[in-house]
Design a protein around this ligand. Sequence first.
Ligand SMILES: [Zn+2]
Length: 396
Amino acid sequence: MAGGDNTIDPVHASIMTLLATGQITSRSDIARELGLAPSTVSLRVNELIETGIIVEAGTGRSTGGRRPRVLELNRTAGHVLVADLGGKHARVALVDLLGQPRQVEEVELDITEGPPAVLDRLATALTAMAKTGDSRTRGPEPSSDPGLGDLRGTALTLPGPVDVDHGWVDSPSRMPGWHRFPVRDWLVERFGVPCVIENDANAMALAAHHAHQPSIRHSIFAKAGTAIGCGLVIDGVIHRGSTGAAGDLTHVRVAAADHRACSCGNAGCLETIASGSALVQHVRADGMDVHTTTDVVAAARDADPIATTRIRSAGRALGETLSPVVNFVNPDAVFLGGVLSVVEPFVAAVRSQLYEGCHPLVTRDLYIGQSPVGIDAGVLGASRAILDHVLTPALN
Ligand SMILES: [Zn+2]
């Protein structure tokens, strides 16, 4: 379905954003504002008219020549439903066609229950959200449509290696039953609209990349939560690699991991020292009563020395692993996301390792820090992916 380029088309986004202001209403205004050729703008505007996102509403005031047709954003043109799936919960959202989340909810679930149970739970939550959103936008009159209103598409992020061409996850760890389950087809059948699925770290990478100011070309995103994920954005586009596994840093061997057995069957992987689940084990072995990554983070934020020391080691290991990648890729930014990224000693440890391990020319202008998008990063990235698919009919 959606090809390799899972970003919302920036020209479409700019046109919609300009029209949303209400100040810009014609093709020539848009061309002037964006500094683009009128023919390019016309083509893109026509694509948006074709999808019903933009409507032509009469003619405007003439400035000498033919009176321009007035363009308006069709705010009732619809919405998309997206879900960002984690191990124990999902964030589900109703997102408008400008990519703005209108409703966001957290749903508790257990990914190990397998795809039919988990997808059904997600679909039920999304359907409920679409129905309330629908009645809200249509006022007190009951909607004649008992369905999903103007649903344009759905998107789902998954915490495993996503094969976007087949619409499934391939050989995920800790996701029993999900290997090559036709996730995208399941959602297309359930909702009857286009669907894209995406790896969670890739979706977050995309959202962070496009939210960063000033705009950048290349970035690396590392999600440091219960597990470690990584996404690479090159020239604004996710780099997936040959089999969709690009960005997998978690099973890189690090010296500090000291040959600990890993879930992948290998030993000494980054995951065994720097993931949230490893931190919980280590901090428990140090004698503290913690059960989740959030517990460890809370202890570190209370300046607990054991938790802080362990989290700092995790940051160093991540930074050490990222250094050769950063040297090789020479990105504009390294974004840190996930629950560990809110702990300053973690961010500082990554940063110091990168400064130490990279060539000065590589770190000279490099941004290293928290992702500019917070908890909704996965939702925002998934929204971009499906909106691009929906708003760019010519590419589909
Ligand atoms: Zn491993």
